[in-house]
Design a protein around this ligand. Structure first.
Ligand code: ADP
Length: 403
């Protein structure tokens, strides 16, 4: 609003255990607030009366356990109310996990809390369920660790990475996960088939570091983990799910929206009596996203890394000499097509699998905007001014055209 157009404010009354599903318009944001009652967005309670602004394309639901009135200002692509949701089954899972956390905390040697892994096809609501379980746990004072193994549509950092971060507060419905010190490993591609061995190596590395951190931190150990995965569930994708379950010692496997995957996992995990495999219904509200939309949201995530979700960050353009930096590309998979390489990348030296680089988490990302072969200079965008924390750069096949 604010531009002199007619007011588009309207109210929606929600009965108990129902939700308002919204897709924000493609070009304008939507403002929304809780007028009365109580409601939550993917596990995080809405503050009463406060207007929240949701950016274009945003897809979400406002759910109420006991009834609420919601006020909206702006246009939507779609919005409708649904009273059939799987929320009761989701919150029951949360209650079981909570019991296990209490058990872990109360045990004399303070043992390991639940390690939950969420699996299922793309657009089955995995990220959303992960988010709810994390926010509900954080609301009760736990500090669960969120592990995101989705290199395509991850919610912790830039695409092409796997990452982990402790969740200490319910996740902000607009801003997403607030990052103190995420542990990030750069894979560099958006499909794991590009380099399966590297993907597995990074998953293993991440799991080992977390294991070490848990040893010294009873609180986060008892809080456990929620692990989100990719939607690739066939062939190598299935193998990678088993690899993740094994590597993280997951003991609760939540299968969303696929009978076949559920039955396969149940059978193969029968030999592990301490692993529970549960089937959960996919929410009818989950929106399918086209591959073009996915590509766009990846670009948006990269943009968000440098500029912030509300354009509140200002990245710096810096120039470095070729001699100041070392650029590596991690081998093992098929070579990147030449078109994916930055122009003039040839003069850099590429090391063959340098051990310390593969096993190191990344400090941050830069975006190479120009390469001057004559002056041997590289221009790049960085979140901060000044010198980079390291002279080692790792290159992937992700591309981003700033628009
Ligand atoms: P996955 O992780 O399995 O690919 P997501 O959890 O990311 O799926 O869900 C896909 C999209 O659907 C996301 O944009 C998410 O915000 C949206 N979504 C999920 N559940 C709901 C719901 N109940 N109502 C409206 N939108 C939803």
């Amino acid at each position: 609003g604010g531009t002199g157009t007619a007011s588009t404010i309207r109210q929606v009354k929600l009965e108990k255990e129902s939700e308002l599903r919204i897709e924000v318009a493609n070009d304008t944001p939507l403002r929304l607030r809780l007028l009365n009652g109580t409601a939550e967005i993917f596990g995080t309670e809405l503050p009463p009366q406060i207007w929240l602004t949701f950016p274009p394309h945003f897809k979400f639901a406002v759910f109420t356990w006991y009834g609420a009135t919601i006020e909206m200002d702006g246009t939507t692509e779609t919005d409708y109310t649904a009273d059939e949701t799987p929320m009761v089954s989701y919150v029951n899972v949360h209650a079981v996990l909570d019991g296990r956390r209490n058990q872990a905390k109360a045990s004399p040697e303070s043992s390991q809390g639940p390690r939950v892994i969420v699996v299922g096809p793309t657009d089955s609501g995995k990220s959303t369920l992960s988010r709810m379980l994390l926010s509900w746990a954080a609301k009760q004072g736990w500090k669960p660790t969120f592990v995101d193994l989705d290199i395509g549509q991850g919610s912790i950092t830039a695409p092409g990475c796997i990452a982990a971060t402790p969740i200490e507060l319910p996740i902000d419905p607009v801003e997403g996960i607030s990052l103190e010190m995420p542990l990030v490993y750069f894979y560099g591609h958006t499909t794991p088939s590009q380099n399966v061995d590297l993907y597995k190596a990074l998953v293993k590395e991440l799991a080992q570091i977390l294991e070490r951190q848990f040893t010294g931190n009873a609180e986060s150990r008892a809080s456990g983990m929620v692990i989100n995965t990719m939607g690739w569930i066939e062939g190598v994708g299935y193998e990678l799910i088993l690899h993740a379950i094994d590597t993280f010692n997951a003991n609760v496997v939540l299968v969303l929206g696929q009978e076949k995957l559920f039955s396969m996992l149940r059978d193969v995990l029968k030999s592990k009596p301490n692993v529970d495999v549960l089937k959960l219904q996919k929410s009818g509200g989950v929106v399918s996203r086209s591959s073009k939309f996915r590509q766009k949201s990846r670009s948006y995530r990269i943009r968000e890394y440098f500029y912030g979700i509300a354009n509140d960050l200002s990245p710096h353009s810096n120039i470095a000499n070729f001699s100041d930096l070392f650029v590596y590309r991690i081998g093992g998979g098929p070579q990147a097509p030449r078109s994916a390489l930055p122009i003039g990348a040839e003069p850099f030296s590429y090391a063959q699998e340098p051990d310390q680089i593969v096993s190191s988490n990344v400090a941050g990302f830069i975006y190479v905007t120009d390469i001057d072969l004559q002056r041997r200079k590289i221009t790049y965008l960085s979140p901060t001014a000044g010198e980079l924390p390291s002279k080692y750069l790792v290159m992937g096949t992700l591309t981003w055209l700033e628009t």
